[in-house]
Design a protein around this ligand. Structure first.
Ligand SMILES: Cc1cc2nc3c(=O)[nH]c(=O)nc-3n(C[C@H](O)[C@H](O)[C@H](O)COP(=O)(O)O)c2cc1C
Length: 195
């Protein structure tokens, strides 16, 4: 086999999904959540929508969605300005550290959805998912869920990761990168790429 062109693969694959989403879950009495760029629509039937997310096994939220079979997937707002600030707080609060190290949701207003999982009140909109299928992909699990609840919480444009990333403080990006290192090591181990 000829050597894989990793640059071409990255050029093709990175940035395919521009909207960061906040995924929340509740399991065994505790609530938690993370940020994800992996969400997508999971079917073509308008009256029976489905949602997919891919969660890295290392992350606590993975364990919780696998255990409970339910989650909420939220879009964040880019406008108006106060909503953007709230979105950045959610992105930084959920995406740069693990719920294993503290209660990340305590800082945010939530209400329980029909699944019991917490809906973030500062989000733009959300769907609630009840898992109907999982693909164990060694480093992560790809979840397919029926949408069993949905809502639009405010008016505004959807937040894209490009402009959001430009607003993140340097210290937070350093923390995000440090948080990413053990996930990547765990993913490589789970794929059998290192010992
Ligand atoms: C923009 C962005 C996108 C991310 N995408 C994913 C993703 O698709 N899947 C995933 O498992 N983690 C993703 N992460 C990483 C998790 O949000 C992060 O590791 C979080 O600390 C996990 O928290 P937990 O251990 O409480 O679940 C992303 C983080 C950011 C900031």
């Amino acid at each position: 086999m000829s050597e894989l062109d990793l640059k071409a693969a990255d050029y093709t694959l990175s940035g395919l999904r521009p909207f960061p989403v906040a995924v929340t879950a509740v399991h065994e009495g505790r609530a938690n959540g993370l940020m994800s760029l992996s969400a997508g629509s999971g079917g073509i039937i308008p009256e029976a929508p489905r949602v997919t997310i891919s969660l890295t096994k290392y992350n606590l939220t993975h364990h919780m969605v696998l255990g409970s079979g339910v989650f909420v997937m939220h879009l964040l707002a880019a406008t108006p300005e106060p909503a953007l600030e709230a979105s950045m707080k959610i992105l930084m609060g959920l995406g740069g550290s693990s719920g294993r190290d503290g209660d990340k949701l305590a800082a945010f207003g939530t209400k329980p959805g029909v699944t019991g999982a917490p809906i973030l009140l500062d989000a733009l909109s959300y769907v609630e998912g009840r898992v109907v299928g999982t693909l164990d992909a060694e480093e992560n699990t790809i979840f397919l869920a029926d949408v069993v609840g949905a809502g639009v919480l405010r008016e505004g444009e959807r937040l894209r990761i490009g402009p959001a990333w430009g607003r993140l403080p340097k210290e937070w990006i350093e923390q995000y990168e440090a948080n990413h290192v053990p996930q990547l090591e765990n993913a490589r181990r789970n794929r059998g790429l290192v010992d």
